[in-house]
Design a binder for this molecule. Structure first.
Ligand code: SAM
Ligand code: SF4
Ligand code: FES
Length: 341
């Protein structure tokens, strides 16, 4: 039987055993579903994502947007185009807009500030996901009304982090996440499952870090090898381990908002549905306009690329209902409930 207390207390040796053996999955999935129900309820929140630029100055070994990838048609949406999209999303009744991009300095402090000011007029929550920026910029954007910041920690193994991010360190990523928290952002961390060289112990470290940070949002997806990156020959993450990690994250940080990620849906047609059954309570319909959408190409096989521009909205709502859950209608901020155990 699973020792739930040891899981909740992130006992690293025990978690490593649980993650490695896979033999507790049935119990983990059941407890994660109950925990989701108890702490965040039946509502699944929609977060409309606009991937507004695929230009990136970074060199993350796993990612198709890395600066060195020449096999990618780069694009930047103009501020007007982005705001226009945001208006459409607000009209569709979605209450969170995620602005995501590569690390693209073209979008200066002022441009991002302008986007926040205009989009906040639409009565929506704003999540920024534009990589590491200056601490002063985080402060300015928070004051202008940005609500959340999504920046996965990617892996909590300092050695693996350094290998995957030339010139960067896990210490530095941590410092950014703690600063975002300090400024009052709902802060999103998270990691990939199946990175080359990643061990069960590393995954246990990921859970411990999420708890230590008290992550408000937790994005977990399989690593999917991209043929245009140095990790093209790697194996990648599998469905079962990814689901196990999502479920464990729910148990470890019960009130976090946890998406059933696009990458999960990309390795299995029912991946996101399983995610919602085993602890997730958020889904991120893709609202990136065409013709840009297919060029936000992190990994091969990404879903939703060739659908009608707004098709993901109805599709995700349908998906939520199909697993017996309810489409959230509010902003879907993190629930602040006292933990009573
Ligand atoms: N540039 C920002 C950043 O890095 O935080 C936001 C965009 S980045 C493309 C969003 C996420 O995509 C990353 O945090 C990473 O976990 C994920 N990602 C990148 N390449 C991937 C791959 N090959 N397989 C699965 N997920 C990937
Ligand atoms: Fe750039 Fe983000 Fe991709 Fe890294 S993960 S290469 S920062 S888009
Ligand atoms: Fe995009 Fe189904 S969620 S088409």
């Amino acid at each position: 039987m699973l020792d739930i207390k040891k899981v909740q207390n992130v006992d690293l040796d025990y978690l490593t055993h649980v993650i490695e053996s896979g033999k507790y999955d049935e119990e983990i999935f059941k407890i994660a579903d109950e925990t989701r129900k108890k702490y965040v309820g039946e509502e699944v929140h929609l977060r409309a994502i606009i991937e507004f630029s695929n230009v990136c100055t970074q060199h993350c070994l796993y990612c198709g947007l890395r600066a060195d990838n020449k096999n990618l048609q780069r694009y930047r949406m103009s501020p007007e185009e982005i705001i226009e999209r945001a208006r459409l999303i607000a009209k569709l009744g979605i209450k969170t807009i995620v602005l995501q991009s590569g690390e693209d300095p073209y979008y200066t402090t002022e441009i991002i500030s302008h986007l926040i000011t205009e989009i906040k007029k639409l009565d929506v929550a704003i999540t920024l996901s534009i990589g590491e920026r200056e601490f002063e910029e985080y402060r300015i954007w928070k004051e202008l009304g940005a609500d959340r910041y999504l920046m996965r920690h990617e892996t909590a193994s300092p050695e693996l982090y350094a290998k995957l991010h030339p010139g960067d360190s896990f210490e530095n990523r941590k410092a950014h996440l703690y600063e975002l928290k300090r400024l009052g952002y709902e802060t999103g961390a998270g990691f990939m499952v199946g990175l080359p060289g990643q061990t069960a112990y590393d995954l246990a470290l990921d859970l411990a870090f999420l708890k230590e940070l008290d992550a408000d949002m937790i994005g977990i997806g399989p690593f999917i090898p991209n043929p245009d990156t140095p990790l093209k020959d790697a194996k990648g993450g599998d469905l079962q381990t990814t689901l196990r990690m999502i479920a464990l994250a729910r148990i470890v940080v019960p009130t976090a908002n946890i998406p059933a990620t696009t990458a999960l849906g990309s390795i299995n047609p029912l991946g996101r549905q399983y995610g919602l059954k085993y602890g997730a309570n958020v889904i991120m319909p893709n609202l990136t306009p065409n013709p840009y959408r297919p060029n936000y190409s992190l990994y091969p096989g990404k879903i939703c690329l060739f659908e009608r521009d707004t098709a993901c909205v109805e599709c995700t709502k349908q998906m939520i209902r199909s697993v017996g859950l309810v489409v959230g209608e509010g902003y879907g901020h993190r629930k602040k409930i006292e933990m009573n155990e």
